[in-house]
Design a protein around this ligand. Structure first.
Ligand code: AMP
Length: 277
């Protein structure tokens, strides 16, 4: 396995690697969700292709400085996990090598990013689109793997690739969960034991609410179940069209019930599909 810590080092390594190239973009602090993406990447790349994993805590996608500062960065163990997962190239740039101090070009998606995380995290998806496009260009990847856990991010990246004719195939993987249903996240390690014990309520609330009949009942039930805990603060709870991500009031088409919930400073997201009635 080779490790590149800058774009120029990566370019040198990539001159010699065989295709297809499959990229798994991450911010590190690996858990089994990330590893599942790597396994999928190997399937797509095949035994002779090249699996590239990027580990970059992208400063321009963080809307809160405290969240960026507290983001876990266990680089040594992450690199060891990449080795174990059969990664061919690990890309670990620092912010200085990714962004010029006077950078002035940003990729903005203007429709799907309006609601949900886009509404409560200003600039977040500009940061995501910009870094993902840069990673696609730096690696020259043929395909890239993303988790369905970040379903708005996945929809926005698919839109970016479609609208800008980016020649990268976007492949998604299902959300990997803890045995108690909590979606795995690098942020889970920042929960107190009490918060960690309470956090599966997000998934339970979404599951229970999604089986109800009307949009109104679904939203009310999920809110009640999440707010039943004194430890939670809802950032958003929305029922949106599965394709347009615009809020829905009637369940005439497939929808998604999505939540972002704060436990103290830690913000967790989850979602569930809701069938048309
Ligand atoms: P992150 O390091 O959190 O930016 O995530 C990197 C990639 O891993 C993204 O495509 C995420 O959607 C994906 N991911 C994060 N958590 C999970 C999970 N629990 N299951 C599957 N994929 C995940």
């Amino acid at each position: 396995m080779k490790v590149a810590d800058s774009g120029s080092a990566l370019r040198e390594i990539l001159k010699t690697v065989p295709g297809p190239r499959v990229l798994v973009p991450t911010m590190g602090a690996f858990h089994p969700g990330h590893i599942s993406l790597m396994h999928r990447a190997r399937e797509i790349a095949g035994p002779n292709g090249t699996m590239i994993v990027s580990i970059f805590v992208n400063p321009i996608q963080f809307d809160r400085a405290s969240d960026l500062a507290a983001y876990p960065r266990p680089m040594e163990s992450d690199i060891a996990e990449c080795e174990g997962a059969g990664v061919d190239v690990v890309f670990t740039p620092d912010a200085g090598s990714m962004y010029f101090p006077d950078r002035s070009v940003t990729v903005t998606e203007t429709l799907l990013s309006r609601g949900l995380c886009g509404a409560t995290r200003p600039g977040h998806f500009d940061g995501v689109c910009t870094v993902v496009l840069k990673l696609f260009l730096l690696t020259g990847c043929d395909a890239a793997i993303f988790g369905e856990k970040d379903f708005q991010q996945l929809a926005i990246i698919r839109r970016m690739v479609r609208d800008l004719d980016v020649p990268v195939e976007i492949i998604s993987c299902p959300t990997v969960r803890e045995p108690d249903g909590l979606a795995m996240s690098s942020r889970n390690t920042r929960l107190t034991p009490e918060q960690r014990e309470d956090a599966p309520r997000i998934r339970k609330a979404l599951l229970e609410a999604a089986s109800l009949e009307t949009a109104d009942e679904i939203l009310r039930s999920a809110r009640t179940l999440i707010e039943a805990s004194p430890l939670t603060r809802i950032d958003y709870l929305s029922l949106v069209d599965a394709e347009t991500l615009q809020p829905v009031i009637a369940l005439e088409r497939p929808a998604v019930l999505a939540a972002a919930v704060f436990y103290g400073e830690v913000r967790l997201i989850d979602h569930i599909a809701v069938k048309a009635r």
